[in-house]
Write a protein that binds this ligand. Structure first.
Ligand code: PLP
Length: 394
């Protein structure tokens, strides 16, 4: 009885979510401490103390009717103004509250912007490996996701192939840095070249191509690596941000879009995104958490906990003979599968109670993704299993 479109979504339903369920099943049998679940990007560090203080402050001192009420579909004006001011302060931009639309996490924001922009058969280009939900988000609006294959030497985008995939149907390009699943941060050099290509192709085809920068991991960057602010490189850029990882609040569903005035047809795009927020059924982003995040724009999660995990896992895996580039951000490691068949490798890992996700889920077979947002103990206790796995496969 379900729709044909949903039949397809159900069939391709996230392998990551399935792994997460499998982790719970194995934990019930073997005990949580004996299952090493690296499948899901669920933050393992607590939200900063400021979040709790903000909740209490708001609930105790603000008007309950207004805290929990409807507001402008784009969100509270004062919250959006605070966010714009914070971005301007950090990145030297000149946004105001009209450029900010509060969203139901990054996923909600991406759906709003795709609903706003896409006509059936419009193409959206992305770079492998990528967060697999993009395919469903684009399909929701009858667009086509066009995938540029991975550059496995550096996992920066493959720009030569990119050039060949842009055509008159290309409506948008979506990038994600720091990247899920590789942890790679797209460099200034990459963004300069990418922007040059987009400008050239807009001219060639006489079209407007929007660059959507999906940034839920912006704040998770190690070794002081700079994550460039993408609006500086290309005028037609829309930013999707989320507090899911930066404040460890994925269940609260809160983020925002930045739609700069420089974007083509910005007034209409902003107005349409406001309506898309409503008619997608979100109506508006969660009201209490809009107010909470506005008070926590400079708060930070304990990045050092992720960094410790990253260092231990990376150096241990390398010493056992695994191949991997060192992630600069997010909390994922994208490791070359010791056997060609990444799905089979994940099956073998599961026999050792290690749950990892095949690169195939990110359109990059031959690799596996390890989400190291787990306890340090989990990393430590999983290491003998990882070592035994590669030794058995040699
Ligand atoms: N984009 C990427 C690259 C992600 O990894 C995720 C979640 O893991 C999302 C978007 C969705 O984030 P949110 O929970 O804020 O909707």
């Amino acid at each position: 009885m379900i729709s044909e479109k949903m039949q397809e979504h159900v069939k391709n339903s996230s392998i990551i979510r399935a792994m997460f369920e499998e982790g719970k099943r194995l934990s019930a049998i073997y005990g949580v401490e004996n299952v090493f679940d690296f499948s899901l990007g669920n933050p393992s560090v607590e939200p900063p103390q400021e979040v709790k203080e903000a909740i209490l402050e708001i609930v105790n001192h603000e008007n309950a009717i207004s805290i929990h009420g409807y507001m402008n579909n784009s969100g509270y004006e004062d919250v959006r103004a605070s966010i714009a001011a914070s971005i301007n302060h950090k990145f030297g931009t000149a946004f105001n509250q009209n450029n900010i639309i509060m969203t139901v996490g990054a996923g909600g924001g991406l759906n709003v912007i795709f609903k706003t922009l896409l006509n059936p058969r419009d193409e959206v280009i992305t770079f492998a490996p990528f967060f697999g939900e993009y395919k469903s988000y684009v399909k929701n609006y009858d667009g086509e996701l066009v995938v540029v294959s991975a550059n496995t030497a550096t996992f920066q985008p493959n720009l030569e192939e990119f050039k060949t995939k842009i055509n008159a149907q290309t409506k948008a390009v979506i990038i994600n840095s720091p990247n899920n699943p590789t942890g790679v941060v797209y460099s200034n050099e990459t963004l300069i070249k990418l922007a040059d290509i987009l400008r050239e192709k807009q001219k060639e085809f006489g079209t407007d191509i929007y660059l959507i920068s999906d940034e839920p991991y912006r704040e998770l960057a190690y070794d002081r690596v700079e994550v460039p602010y993408v609006t500086k490189f290309y005028a037609n850029t829309i930013i999707g941000y989320s507090f899911s990882k930066s404040l460890s609040l994925p269940g609260e569903r809160i983020g925002y879009l930045v739609i700069p005035d420089e974007v083509t047809d910005s007034e209409n795009v902003i107005a349409a995104a406001n309506i898309a927020t409503r008619i997608l059924g979100f109506v508006n982003a969660p009201s209490l958490f809009q107010r909470v995040v506005a008070k926590c724009l400079d708060a930070k999660v304990n990045l050092e906990a992720y960094n410790k995990n990253r260092e231990l896992l990376y150096h241990s895996l390398l010493s056992y003979g695994y191949e991997c580039i060192k992630p600069e951000g997010a909390f994922y490691m994208f490791v070359k599968s010791p056997i060609e068949d990444d799905i089979e490798f994940c099956r073998l890992a599961k026999e050792k109670n290690i749950l990892v996700v095949p690169g195939t889920s990110f359109f990059c077979p031959g690799y596996i993704r390890i989400a190291y947002c787990v306890s340090y103990e989990t990393i430590k206790n999983s290491l003998p299993g990882f070592k035994a796995l590669i030794e058995e496969l040699k």
